[in-house]
Design a protein around this ligand. Structure first.
Ligand code: SF4
Length: 160
């Protein structure tokens, strides 16, 4: 935690949020980093989860230097803030500590949606539709995915 807090302290919490503007998901980066500075990973996770359901993917796979970190003002006089590392840390902690996403679910709307493929796009699409009240079935050939994700949202089911 010490090392991650140190990385958070490096952020200037810019009011204009250029890092957020560089993020395709518009993750509220200064706001979640402010919580990491306070050592509140649970709150940081809640903020991040409003715009992404795959925080470790944001942290590990996104091309940060052409997105959030590539827009960080810190890069003008040195290294950009380590946004990706913080996102990965938060995502990992959430899984390890089983931190739930605390949201007010919209009521079920009685509509069903089928999503083909359980990759990052399929999972994200399914999660946001489920949040909006749809009942979602993901058609995915891999059984492993089902085991990991099934407990995540009661409105999502899987078919192989
Ligand atoms: S642009 Fe960089 S320094 Fe400014 S809030 Fe975003 S991450 Fe922090």
């Amino acid at each position: 935690m010490g090392e991650i807090k140190e990385k958070a302290e490096y952020c200037l919490n810019c009011k204009t949020k250029p890092c957020t503007k560089g993020c395709p998901l518009e993750n509220n980066i200064p706001e979640f980093i402010a919580e990491v500075k306070q050592g509140d990973i649970k709150k940081a996770y809640q903020i991040l989860s409003k715009t992404t359901v795959l925080q470790p993917i944001c942290g590990l796979i996104c091309p940060h230097m052409s997105q959030c970190q590539g827009n960080c003002v810190r890069r003008f006089k040195g290294e950009p803030t380590s946004i990706g590392e913080m996102e990965a840390y938060i995502g990992r902690k959430a899984i390890e500590e089983n931190i739930p996403f605390e949201e007010k679910k919209q009521n079920k709307n009685g509509k069903k949606v089928a999503v083909v493929g359980g990759g990052p796009a399929g999972l994200t699409c399914s999660a946001f539709l489920a949040r909006k009240g749809y009942e979602v079935t993901i058609f995915e050939k891999h059984e492993k995915l089902r085991r990991h994700f099934i407990s995540w949202h009661s409105r999502i089911s899987f078919k192989s």
